[in-house]
Design a protein. Structure first.
Length: 124
């Protein structure tokens, strides 16, 4: 329904809040990666991470649930892109296993919440 997507504050949206935590975690994690990856994997991972709350916020600000659902789908795509980049970094030995596991667990949490949000929007 028109207007439903914009109810409440973006700060109240759990998917957005936890994805902001994910952005912080990714920025901290990538500071330890090799400097020669600054314009490669570091940049890609950070951009994908920032894309998640950014798309959730943009969708939340749209006038319809359909538009919100579209931007939630984009955010989910960015999560899958980020997961791939984190796994690549792990395979290359850029990240200690425990640090990588913690960020991947947070990513999986954000993905689960985002899939739930999309499912709820699909039902409206």
């Amino acid at each position: 329904m028109a207007g439903d997507a914009a109810k409440g504050s973006i700060e109240d949206l759990m998917a957005w809040s936890r994805s902001m935590d994910l952005v912080e975690a990714v920025y901290r994690l990538t500071t330890a990666w090799p400097r020669d990856e600054l314009y490669g994997l570091i940049n890609q991972a950070r951009r994908a991470a920032v894309s998640v709350p950014s798309n959730l916020a943009e969708g939340h600000g749209r006038r319809t649930d359909g538009q919100f659902r579209h931007f939630v789908s984009i955010a989910i795509g960015s999560l899958m892109e980020l997961k791939t980049q984190l796994l690549i970094a792990s395979r290359l030995g850029y990240t200690p296993e425990a640090d990588s596991a913690a960020v991947l667990a947070l990513l999986d949490e954000v993905a689960k919440i985002s899939f739930g949000l999309k499912k709820a929007l699909d039902k409206r």
